[in-house]
Design a protein around this ligand. Structure first.
Ligand SMILES: C[S@@+](CC[C@H](N)C(=O)[O-])C[C@H]1O[C@@H](n2cnc3c(N)ncnc32)[C@H](O)[C@@H]1O
Length: 357
């Protein structure tokens, strides 16, 4: 039984990975603020709550978010509808998550903090030198609950961020917490998903880190077309303006076998990957004939549509039992921000193989 925790949890890529792999697990806690960036005086609030019992600390922060931010936490909504975790252990903000209460209760923790610069000039680059960044809170939470292993995911840009300083600090801090580190740069197209998405993964273990130095790539046998739905709602098909934009603008890609990196703002602003369907294919769909624009692309007559949220999820490695409970714009955002599940499956396989979790 793996006891799992996540921060910056999003739609739970690792949760989905364990579920897909049929690995017995229990989710201990999760945390995501749903991109509701409200201005808060962190020190002042921490001061205010530090002497309260853990459940009262959480109550205080939950109420603060509810009071300061009228928007609901849509990430929480997706998360709690899909995974087995009580609201009692879903936190709104990593900065106020006191993980001492979970000490030795977590085997694996996963998260990728949004990238922020922290310069270490004149400092020793210990955990405290990163204070004020979301990375600090990720590392602090690891230090507090001491999992057997952690996975830290980020964009490749972190390597060159602040002239390489940020990356150096990240590694140094994890090692200073007593973890043995392995680093991978992985592209999801090498792990069965036809998406060109390169991400970095740091895997830390408390035991000697026996993980291989590189993970074996798998031959890609599927294309984007294998991930498409068969009967797509008419609302995803373009009218003339959209058709003309995506068939002429370089920002948009049509019928790529391997899609480009999904992003938070994909699809709804004609940015990303799109599907062209020949007239023959849709000629019996009166709703499409009545509403979509039929034009020419590469001298072939047909229509263009967006990827559906379900297709975007599939192209992130999520199976169709993932429940979509938010609106389309939000679902595209959440899918684009996530981690490709298949890549995490491979890392988990290795952690299990070497008995590190
Ligand atoms: C790049 S996404 C990670 C998504 C996730 N890895 C997944 O599998 O879907 C970063 C996440 O951090 C969350 N976030 C940003 N600031 C936060 C904070 N202070 N506390 C908790 N979550 C935060 C955002 O809402 C967003 O969902």
């Amino acid at each position: 039984m793996i006891r799992l925790a996540t921060v910056f949890s999003g739609i739970g890529a690792i949760e989905q990975a364990l579920k897909k792999m049929g690995i017995e697990h229990q989710i201990v806690f999760a945390c995501d603020n749903g991109e509701r960036n409200i201005s808060l005086n962190v020190d002042e609030i921490n001061n205010e709550i530090k002497n309260l019992p853990y459940d009262k600390q959480k109550e205080y922060i939950d109420e603060l978010y509810e009071h300061k931010c009228k928007k609901e936490n849509k990430m929480e909504c997706s998360y709690l509808n899909n995974y087995n975790l009580s609201k009692k252990h879903f936190y709104q903000d990593v900065r106020f998550l006191n993980a001492n209460q979970y000490k030795d209760k977590v085997d694996l923790i996963v998260g990728g903090s949004p990238c922020q610069s922290f310069s270490i000039i004149g400092k020793r680059a210990g955990l405290n030198d990163t204070r004020g960044t979301l990375f600090y809170d990720y590392a602090r939470i690891i230090d507090e609950c001491k999992p057997k292993a952690f996975i830290y995911e980020n964009v490749k840009g972190l390597l060159s961020h602040d002239k390489g300083n940020t990356w150096k600090v990240v590694k140094d801090v994890f090692m200073s917490l007593g973890y043995n580190i392995k680093f991978y740069e992985l592209n999801s197209k090498d792990f069965g998903i036809p998406q060109d998405r390169r991400r970095i993964f740091l895997v830390g273990t408390l035991k000697e880190n026996l993980l291989p130095n590189t993970l074996e790539k798998q031959k890609l046998t599927k294309t984007m077309f294998d991930f498409l739905e068969s009967n797509v709602d008419v609302k995803y098909y373009f009218k003339q303006k959209g058709f003309e934009f995506v068939t002429t603008n370089k920002r948009a890609r049509i019928n790529s076998k391997i899609i480009s990196t999904q992003k938070a703002n994909q699809q709804f602003n004609w940015n990303g990957d799109f599907v062209f369907e020949e007239y023959e294919k849709i000629k019996n769909r009166q709703d499409i004939l009545d509403n979509a624009y039929i034009g020419y692309y590469n001298n072939v007559r047909g229509v263009v549509r967006k990827l559906t949220p379900r297709e975007c999820l599939r192209l992130m490695g999520f199976t169709d039992d993932f429940k979509i409970v938010v609106d389309d714009v939000e679902m595209y955002r959440q899918a684009g921000n996530s981690i490709v599940v298949n890549v995490l499956e491979e890392i988990v396989k290795q952690l299990l193989k070497y008995k590190l979790i």
